[in-house]
Design a protein around this ligand. Structure first.
Ligand code: PHE
Length: 464
């Protein structure tokens, strides 16, 4: 634990970029744009912005302040604050354990596509059946997953400042440049399809930004709010111990108010620009049918879009997959770091040794997930009516079930047992103003717990 004092972020920029690196991931790039397209365009964007600035802010602030104030990881932080609440630390620790099992698998898929595009074989990736052939072949999906895992492990192995901070300070600005560049390009696209219908990028922009109130009912609106809510969680990497760990590496002279606002801004900004880049492109070349959900948007629709772009396609496709590879790497690094840091405390082992052990665990569990698409294939209908494989089941347990539960407990704990003042003291350190203090106090005690209960019951399938 003493080593942690010399092992932290060098300053506020390093922290913000590393935390934004964790927050910006596949959630921003493939999930956010899809949700916007499905849930009423600008309407979803408005709802999402309101939720980030309220719920997202409360959860992010809580995690980061707990981390910095205690200087500990989730496993120990809660029991340090209150001996009876140690269980919450253990529950929180469960989330990265579950997520690491499949995040590296998705990372492996992205790596495979990046390599395919880099070697000029993007047209192959656009063929029907390419993605399913790839994931149903255990050896190739395991191979790419292992390489992705090895890169993440290497970054964590090098430590917080030399590994995570250094990589994030290089990857995040680059990611931003690429994503803005592609968005400008796709907004200028025009295409006439086989039926003679011409669609433009600007029309796609309309679909993305203009609020669509058509057929909106109360229950539909509630669903939009719940979709946006679960997106806030996943996207900001809150309620899973990651931001507690990163918070514990932040120096006391860093103004957390500023850093938190910057992380919210970065994460939401990348989601919004990802939508600017993806929705018009998919709309121009495939119309609304191309707007598929989750993996198929990225691994089936987008390669087809890139091929339809003609000679620029391979370049845009390569840039796109390299960019999302960075996004996925900084996220998987944050999950791994959280596991390594917690386990260093639990087992009193050194970082290097612990990194190797966690990598071995991650490799074995991810191999099982890869086999979920072939050897162990099954189809399971989740409470939200999505039929999924092993990966989706684990994802559901962690994101829809555990995260609302952890947020609920955390808010009750901080709001009613410890009292919000405890967080305010950390936010006001160095005589800075805790800008959204009243909002924070009110939300953490009354609003967030109620909404978390609704979200929890909804995800167990008992409600709606
Ligand atoms: N926040 C990341 C995203 O938006 C995902 C993530 C989840 C990262 C869990 C780390 C841990 O994609």
């Amino acid at each position: 634990m003493n080593t942690k004092k010399n092992n932290g972020f060098s300053g506020s920029i390093g922290f913000v970029l590393a935390a934004a690196g964790s927050a910006v991931g596949v959630g921003n790039i493939w999930r956010f744009p899809y949700l916007v397209a499905r849930d009423g365009g600008g309407l979803f964007i408005l709802v999402y912005l309101c939720l980030v600035l309220t719920f997202g802010f409360v959860l992010l602030t809580t995690d980061i302040a707990i981390g910095r104030k205690t200087g500990k990881n989730a496993w120990e932080a809660f029991s340090t604050i209150h001996p009876k609440w140690g269980f919450l630390g253990k529950l929180t620790f469960l989330v990265p354990i579950l997520i690491i099992t499949y995040y590296t698998v998705i990372g492996g898929w992205i790596l495979k596509y990046a390599v395919t595009f880099i070697f000029g074989n993007g047209h192959l990736a656009a063929q029907n059946g390419y993605f399913s052939a790839f994931i149903s072949n255990p050896s190739s999906s395991i191979f790419f997953m292992l390489i992705f895992l090895a890169i993440s492990a290497f970054i964590v192995f090098r430590g917080v400042e030399k590994g995570i901070e250094k990589f994030s300070t290089f990857a995040m600005p680059l990611l931003l440049i690429i994503i803005i560049g592609i968005a400008i390009y796709t907004l200028n696209l025009t295409y006439t399809d086989a039926n003679g219908i011409t669609r433009t990028g600007l029309q796609g922009l309309g679909i993305y930004l203009i609020p669509d109130f058509n057929g909106l009912t109360f229950s539909k609106f509630l669903n939009i709010i719940l979709d946006a809510m679960s997106q806030v969680f996943f996207s900001l990497s809150v309620s899973m111990g990651i931001m507690i760990t990163y918070g514990s590496y932040v120096k006391k002279d860093v103004n957390l108010n500023k850093s938190i606002a910057q992380i919210e801004f970065f994460d939401t900004g990348v989601g919004l620009i990802a939508g600017l880049m993806i929705i018009p492109a998919v709309f121009v070349f495939m119309g609304m049918e191309g707007m598929t959900e989750g993996p198929s948007l990225m691994f089936i629709s987008l390669p087809k879009v890139f091929v339809s772009m003609g000679f620029t396609g391979p370049i845009i496709g390569t840039l796109f997959f390299v960019m999302i590879l960075f996004a996925a790497l900084t996220s998987s690094v944050s999950i791994m770091e959280t596991l390594v840091a917690n386990c260093m405390n639990i087992f009193h082992k050194e970082r290097k040794q612990m990194s190797l052990h966690i990598s071995a665990f991650a490799a074995i569990s991810a191999i099982i997930i890869c086999l979920g698409y072939n050897v162990f294939y099954f189809e399971y209908t989740l409470p939200n009516d999505v039929t999924g494989q092993l990966l989706d089941v684990i994802d559901y347990i962690s994101n829809f079930f555990l995260m609302p539960l952890i947020s609920l407990f955390t808010c009750i704990f901080i709001g009613w047992i410890v009292k919000p003042k405890w967080i305010a003291e950390e936010m006001e350190l160095g005589n800075v103003k805790f800008r959204r203090k009243h909002l924070y106090n009110f939300m953490i005690r009354y609003i967030v717990p109620v909404v978390m209960i609704i979200l929890f019951f909804k995800s167990t399938g008992l409600l709606l």
